[in-house]
Design a protein around this ligand. Structure first.
Ligand code: DGY
Length: 309
């Protein structure tokens, strides 16, 4: 039977689907996520790896695994944690789990949009302090969404699903992506809400930086459910503190799982621990998709989520 390493226990549906099909090595901690040394050690002699977004798959890891490795199946749609070019050069398949997490991630982008424009998390935090309060006409004012502009950066599956939801809120939608839409400069100047859905590449790293924040509306909100390094977090914290933009909602972080310290004391930031696809239904679908990719890869079949060019 093919030998496989699963770097983190998935939901039961996905774990059960592996039983009986492979010689299974599942990392179960502690610590919760597999450390680099353990990953290098446990990858050795495996035919397939089922990896998480937090696992770096590079030449060193591929060397440690050995030449028999056939597939790296990522439990995610994003695969910036994997050196795909190096895998391709060595004839190793790389696969991801597109489509199944599109709607859940778009829902989470909207959770952050609403939390930011209407100060939801801030209101909740305020009440928990026990500070005396009474309804007031100027208390915790946010901004309307109706009639305003949503700017989508990266118009792939999740960007489009996020855009679709804007119809119900009566918003105008503009987008910017490699394949079209308005220019990036127009998007950041005209948008009241900017939602990031672009992949992390050398070109998109720090796409949102001090210069960009200065060009955004002071009432604008920035939401990132894509990848942390698209945003320069230190510059974002300065822009939020200076009132250059109104608020930000982050589900992903530049040095994940670390959160930039200067963001933590700001009331106009809503932070979530990378929950974009975190629903029971979606995680079952992602896990089953990743297992299907893995088992196809180790048995010489073409995985449905193949990403190598
Ligand atoms: C993905 O799939 O890329 C997410 O970031 C993990 O849920």
């Amino acid at each position: 039977m093919p030998a496989v390493l699963v770097t983190r226990a998935m939901v039961d549906e996905a774990m059960n689907a592996l039983q009986g099909h492979c010689d299974l090595d599942v990392y179960t901690g502690p610590p919760e996520a597999i450390g680099r040394d353990e990953f290098l050690k446990r990858a050795k002699d495996k035919d397939g790896l089922l990896t998480m977004v937090s696992d770096r798959v590079d030449a060193e890891l591929l060397d440690a695994a050995g030449p028999q490795l056939k597939i790296v199946a990522n439990h995610a749609v994003g695969y910036d944690n994997i050196d795909v070019a190096e895998c391709t050069r060595r004839g190793i398949l790389v696969a991801n789990t597109p489509d199944v997490l599109t709607e859940a991630t778009a829902d989470l982008a909207w959770s952050l949009i609403l939390a930011c424009v209407r100060r939801v998390a801030e209101g909740d935090r305020f009440l928990r302090t026990g500070t005396p309060w009474i309804w007031g006409p100027k208390m915790m004012l946010g901004h309307d969404l109706y009639g305003r502009t949503l700017g989508i950066v990266g118009h792939g599956r999740i960007g489009q699903a996020t855009a679709r939801r804007a119809t119900g809120f009566g918003m105008r939608v503009i987008h910017n992506s490699r394949s079209g839409g308005v220019s990036f400069d127009t998007l950041i100047a005209e948008s009241d809400v900017v939602s990031i859905h672009a992949p992390l590449t050398p070109e998109t790293r720090h796409l949102f930086n001090a210069n960009v924040f200065r060009q955004m509306k002071p009432t604008a909100v920035l939401v990132n459910t894509a990848r942390g390094p698209l945003v320069d977090e230190a510059a974002l914290a300065s822009a939020l503190r200076a009132g250059e933009i109104f608020a930000a909602g982050l589900d992903v972080f530049e040095r994940e799982p670390e959160v930039e310290k200067s963001l933590l004391d700001l009331d106009n930031v809503t932070l979530l621990p990378h929950l974009g696809s975190a629903t029971a239904e979606t995680r079952a679908a992602m896990g089953l998709f990743a297992v299907e990719n893995l088992l196809n890869g180790v048995t010489g079949k073409r995985p449905r989520g193949l990403v190598n060019p």
